[in-house]
Ligand binder design. Structure first.
Ligand SMILES: [Fe+2]
Ligand SMILES: [Fe+2]
Length: 270
């Protein structure tokens, strides 16, 4: 992965504090380049990542802490690597995706490439868990398909959506078995809900079935210390199969531009 230390200040909390030491002075200068400079910027986590957990609802306390010196965060968070003004797909890989998703997507796509699969399959592998990267886990295939749909061929988005359902169902014709990891994730007696069964069945009878099925075949997690893969090796394939907007992802007015913006500014209050 890239070294983000140049763009990622160590202490977001340093914003607005007195510059007592050389280190604080440096951080304060850096913080001044970010929005809402000079004030404490408070973050209220999105409810979707908190409800149902042990974390108490922080909203009342955060709202009570509002003052002229303490505001709700909007815009670039200094704790995150700063995104370029016109972000590309690879910028999201480098600066926003969690480490496991970063490695998982690159590994899946590389396996498909090494085994000589068509570029559309490689592209679908590269994108299939994009929602897990930085947006939302639940129904990640459906979210992921919507995120990428304006920029890829319909077949690629279709395959991204259906891989979620097809993962639960074996296909011996290509050597795909029910994932061992799912026994650990969900318990050995887990049974996917009706909509997943229905969507998998529909996918199996679709002319693009094998594109999505191949995504599931290369959908393997490697938690070990595998050789790092540079996302740049996919630059040409992305160039041919992902229509990067001139304005940058998030700013082109597409139906999913807001999803990319949410990944750029995940801590915005509104
Ligand atoms: Fe997935
Ligand atoms: Fe995956």
């Amino acid at each position: 992965m890239s070294d983000d230390s140049a763009t990622r200040p160590a202490k977001a909390e340093a914003i607005g504090v007195q510059a007592d030491t050389a280190m604080d002075h440096e951080l304060a200068e850096l913080a001044a380049e970010f929005p809402q400079a000079g004030r404490r910027r408070m973050i209220l986590p999105s409810p979707i990542g908190r409800i149902g957990t042990d974390t108490p609802d922080p909203e009342p306390a955060v709202l009570a802490a509002l003052s002229p010196d303490a505001v709700m965060m909007m815009g670039d968070n200094p704790a995150l690597p700063r995104m370029p003004a016109r972000p590309t797909l690879i910028d999201f890989f480098r600066h926003r995706f969690g480490d496991i998703t970063f490695r998982h997507l690159l590994t899946s796509a590389k396996k498909a490439l090494d085994e000589g699969q068509e570029e559309k399959v490689v592209m679908a592998c590269l994108l299939h868990d994009i929602s897990n990267g930085c947006l939302i886990r639940a129904d990640h295939g459906y979210w992921g398909a919507q995120i990428v749909a304006p920029y890829v061929d319909e077949e690629v988005a279709w395959a991204v959506q259906r891989h979620q359902a097809l993962r639960y169902f074996a296909d011996e014709s290509v050597g795909y078995a029910y994932p061992e990891s799912y026994h650990r994730f969900f318990g050995p007696d887990y049974r996917p809900p009706e909509y997943i069964r229905r969507d998998a069945e529909e996918a199996r009878n679709h002319r693009w079935y094998m594109t999505s099925r191949l995504v599931t075949l290369y959908d393997v997690y490697f938690f070990g210390a595998a050789e790092p893969i540079d996302p740049e090796i996919f630059t040409d394939i992305i160039g041919r199969h992902f229509r990067q907007p001139q304005e940058g992802l998030g700013f082109d007015g597409s139906p999913s531009a807001h999803m990319w913006r949410t990944m750029i500014w995940p801590n915005n209050f509104l």
